[in-house]
Design a protein around this ligand. Structure first.
Ligand SMILES: [Zn+2]
Length: 370
């Protein structure tokens, strides 16, 4: 399975997709309220099949206007709620077993402005060249086809982001063939850091372009303009998109840089080892800067690039000691603090750069990513 993303053009009739989303939101609200009532009466939740049967009944009786909406899309609304409950019950079951799973809440009713996506499975749309025809709207929409997709389209999702742009996601049945890059017999460990984004075990240091910092002034003035508007007014809604558009721009630039950087690494090394980081803890300690660096996103992109070009990604566990260990003799330096950028091993006398030493250790303890 592979997903392709295409931007829909700003076109006059695009508002109709927004209207369709609003209609689906009312279905979403109805179904979640229904689940709550069902639980109050029977003490359990209605299954997916039961909800689907109920929807058919509703269409005949009290909600004939739902017949205008594509039936598979309505089914997907129900399916999302169903999956939400399943995840919630899995969480409860894990908790009862005494495990400590990540907290999952009960499915909640989304506010209308946060109801942002709809999914077609097989019917209700038609794609020709760079246009998608949505049957229930009797309208076609043009998208920017920057690359062709391969394989059969299994699912189509249309999403609206918080800037008000719409994009199309085509989930295709095809996977990328591995394009093997020539092997170079190089290996590297990589240490993420606050000062330098990436330090490799062979001494190469890669600085982060800090996209956020460059746009900080623009973001500040956009936020200031927003705060001068009366909350909830039309001008406020217009101004709200300004900072959102800037944030989107930052995310896009960063993502682009991540892809280019990971390709550079994959071309150079056969094996790359990285550390799995405790991002939440780091965010608490360092604040905005970690979010700006987005290590987690980079790790995912690197994983994807390695898989695509037939290279290996190794990971070192979060709790493995990598910074305080001498990479030459294995001496454990407990006196090392966060401010020591360089140190000399008291046992073997070798001189270390803090990050390069950590990167060497990461490469040594790394195990293949599963
Ligand atoms: Zn040593």
């Amino acid at each position: 399975m592979k997903t392709y993303k295409y931007e829909l053009y700003h076109q006059l009739n695009i508002i109709q997709i927004g209207n369709l989303l609003d209609d689906l939101h009312s279905v979403h609200v109805h179904l979640l309220l229904l689940q709550r009532r069902y639980y109050r009466i029977y003490g359990k939740y209605a299954s997916f099949g039961r909800i689907c049967a109920h929807i058919t009944k509703l269409k005949r009786r009290t909600k004939p206007h739902w017949n205008q909406l594509p039936s598979q899309v309505i089914q997907q609304v129900a399916k999302r709620i169903h999956l939400g409950y399943e995840k919630f019950f899995d969480y409860l079951a894990d908790k009862q077993k005494g495990l400590s799973p990540r907290k999952v809440g009960k499915p909640k009713i989304k506010p209308q402005h946060r109801y942002n996506s709809l999914t077609f499975t097989q019917a209700g749309y038609e794609i020709k060249e760079n246009r998608i025809h949505i049957k229930c709207l009797k309208k076609s929409f043009t998208f920017w086809k920057h690359r062709p997709w391969t394989g059969r389209v299994k699912r189509v999702t249309i999403k609206r982001d918080n800037v008000g742009d719409y994009s199309l996601y085509l989930v295709c049945e095809d996977s990328d063939p591995i394009e093997k890059h020539p092997l170079t017999r190089n290996e590297a460990g990589a240490d993420f850091g606050m000062k330098t984004f990436l330090t490799l075990s062979d001494g190469i240091k890669i600085e982060s372009p800090q996209f956020f910092k460059h746009m900080l002034n623009q973001i500040r003035s956009a936020n200031k303009a927003l705060s001068r508007k009366q909350k909830g007014s039309n001008a406020w809604y217009r101004a709200k998109r300004h900072p959102a558009r800037l944030y989107k721009k930052i995310a896009q630039r960063r993502r682009d840089w991540f892809f280019k950087l990971s390709l550079r690494l994959v071309r150079r090394y056969d094996k790359i080892a990285i550390e799995t980081l405790n991002l939440e803890g780091m965010k608490r300690l360092w604040g905005r800067k970690v979010s700006d660096l987005a290590f987690g996103e980079f790790a995912l992109i690197l994983q994807w690039t390695c898989a695509k070009y037939g290279k290996t990604l190794l990971k070192a566990g979060r709790w493995t000691a990598t910074t305080k260990l001498c990479s030459n003799c294995g001496y454990h330096n407990d006196t090392l603090t966060l401010n020591d950028r360089e140190w000399t091993c008291p046992d073997c006398g070798s001189h270390h750069d803090r990050d390069v030493n950590a990167a060497i250790n990461i490469l040594r303890v790394g195990v293949p990513w599963t």
